[in-house]
Design a protein around this ligand. Sequence first.
Ligand SMILES: Nc1ncnc2c1ncn2[C@@H]1O[C@H](COP(=O)(O)OP(=O)(O)OP(=O)(O)O)[C@@H](O)[C@H]1O
Length: 310
Amino acid sequence: MTGNGEAAIDVHGLVKRFGAKTVVDGFSIRVAAGQIYGFLGPNGSGKTTTIRMLCGLLTPDAGEGTCLGLDIRTQSAAIKRQVGYMTQKFSFWEDLSIAENLDFVARMYGLPDRKRRVAGALERLGLANRRTQLAGELSGGWKQRLALAACILHEPKLLLLDEPTAGVDPKARREFWDEIHRLAQDGLTVLVSTHFMDEAERCHAIAYLAYGKLMAQGTVDEVVARSGVLTYEVSGPDPGRVAADLTGKPGVEMVAAFGARLHVTGIDAAALEAALRPWADQPGLRVARAEPTLEDVFIHLMNRSTDNFS
Ligand SMILES: Nc1ncnc2c1ncn2[C@@H]1O[C@H](COP(=O)(O)OP(=O)(O)OP(=O)(O)O)[C@@H](O)[C@H]1O
């Protein structure tokens, strides 16, 4: 972990309403400089709105705090200058090369020292030997890298990545995350929203939001441990029959099949064990405690939260 304890973000009680809807409801968080902080939660849970408030792009209706030592309410212009924002939909000139696209972005923002900045971004993101390749010919993973390069041209201190790897294959995703870690090691703080569990596991800390409320935060291990979720794994012949029997039983919150294995989760140990007991005695079936996955925990949190939008 690279965070040195100095807060890049420190906010308290943030609220955002759109009309009658409270989209973010009392959000507080502290993010150390150099941390990679993941935001997870169902669609529409307020991740993007929260991230935008944290960096002064959106003014909260209530709450206060600082980003990079600046007041998110009164100093948003100064914050924005130090933030690189990669939105869900980014665009390039398809018929310009990688280097030309970056040069164009640098011109658009009137950045001084353009040549050095473009060369630096190309180098930093491993794009130097592809500099003449047309953006329109790049695969998804390289497009993502180009977008990231465009975000760091102005040498920001904070990066906001909104679902940066949607539609990117696992290998390219992994490499993209290697880049994010390198940038964090150089001192950048990164806020990233994602729906991928493997990406959550690559964050120093995560926040889970549901319907505008912060349901859990901390390291992945802390979030799993604090959830109180218990998981049992059932394996053997005819898991479908076991799943049908267990679904809806007291104490059983979720039954999910992973190939021939079932994950059975809940938080009431006695009730869960009572539901599983008849199956534990069946010949050929194996029922054993397992470590809950982050996905088990998130589904539990999601089921627990109430949809205040409906
Ligand atoms: N400018 C706006 N005006 C009105 N409603 C908005 C506005 N921006 C967001 N919302 C609503 O606020 C809620 C939260 O949206 P937000 O984009 O923050 O969620 P999210 O967690 O990032 O979702 P996703 O995972 O789908 O990107 C949604 O119901 C959305 O429709």
